[in-house]
Design a protein around this ligand. Sequence first.
Ligand code: CTP
Length: 424
Amino acid sequence: MSTTRASDPVADAPTRVVLGVAGGIAAYKAAELLRRFTESGHDVTVVPTAAALEFVGAPTWAALSGKPVHTRVWDDVHEVPHVRLGREADLVVVAPATADFLARATHGRADDLLTSTLLTARCPVVLAPAMHTEMWEHPATVANVATLRDRGVVVLEPASGRLTGADTGKGRLPDPSEIFEACLDLLARSAAVDPADLSGRTDLAGRHVVVSAGGTREHLDPVRFLGNASSGKQGYALARAAAARGARVTLVAANTALADPAGVDVVPVVSTADLRDAVLTAAKEADAVVMAAAPADFRPLAHSSTKIKKRADGTVDPVHLEQNPDVLATLAHDRARSGQVVVGFAAETGDETGTVLELGRAKLARKGCDLLVVNDVGGGAVFGADDNEAVILAADGTEVLVPRAAKRVLAHAIWDQVSLRMDS
Ligand code: CTP
């Protein structure tokens, strides 16, 4: 058995961010993204395109960033901004990225300050597209996005919902707070890899991963259920981290109150049976499945379609339970694809039969998964918290200790281990 200690790749230190804004109606949402960066101490230079200024004027960007705002390469030429901005940036994020902007970026155009900055930047780049569904699905845009992703650029999937007119579909800008989280994830990732290795940041590009999160509910009647306290935060951190590393991510979310992560396909479920169906369906095409959800192990034998009323005599019918399927064990034993990496979680306290790690090793063998992330919940500290610590046990005998840190850190440590075990 070998034991290693995961390093902390989080880069929350102040960074130099270039916020590009292209000319789409969602340009106003970039103001919220800008505030997220400035309020958390980052140094942001806003570079709108000329078309973006038709939607939101330069004074807004200057006031919110505390810096002058330029669009053309001809302003402040003595400072050579078209080279300096990109060279000095720790992160470039463009939100919204329009179809036209994606096309210009793909072709290496340098016809304004933003595209010139992209060409000189060697830091992580995140593009958050927003456009009408037809434009997003057009073969030209599809090819442009594929090329950009091949180069190590993180192109977030747009969200679905109401578009500019009365129409709805895929093409909305993801929630600014989630674009911000995606940027932090990418910064954390890029701090952990060789700066010269542009595609190393997106080591999960071309992969499809499935993550389950939250706690399932088993209803007794339309208003009452058996449930648990899982917040879903660790599963959401896993989904964000995988998206930042370039993966296509399906997040099966059970009863969480969290915003959809940017660029992630979210499938909402309620019960363990729903979760099993959604996970097994998505797993058919997946390179890895991480079961971070807390599925209820039991469900009531009977379900009332109407609210169960109190009786005048005070008597109460007993609730009979039956056992739910074990989704993780099913995934591990009936592998949907050879080479698929299956990961489970275990919350353990340790007891007279063994320590936390001994119980974890036994569970890893019982479930038949490749990796088991073991949380010591003796102090009851994990549920709903923003940080976590764990040991990642592998079927091959390795152990990785991840000291207490933001759930993002554990998420990246888990993907590091998954990535090592994926088919090349
Ligand atoms: N899990 C699952 N299906 C279930 C219950 C749990 O897929 N019906 C998954 C969880 O998502 C987690 C792992 O199994 O990844 C461990 O869950 P845990 O409840 O600790 O395992 P149990 O087999 O229920 O073990 P215990 O008896 O210790 O509760």
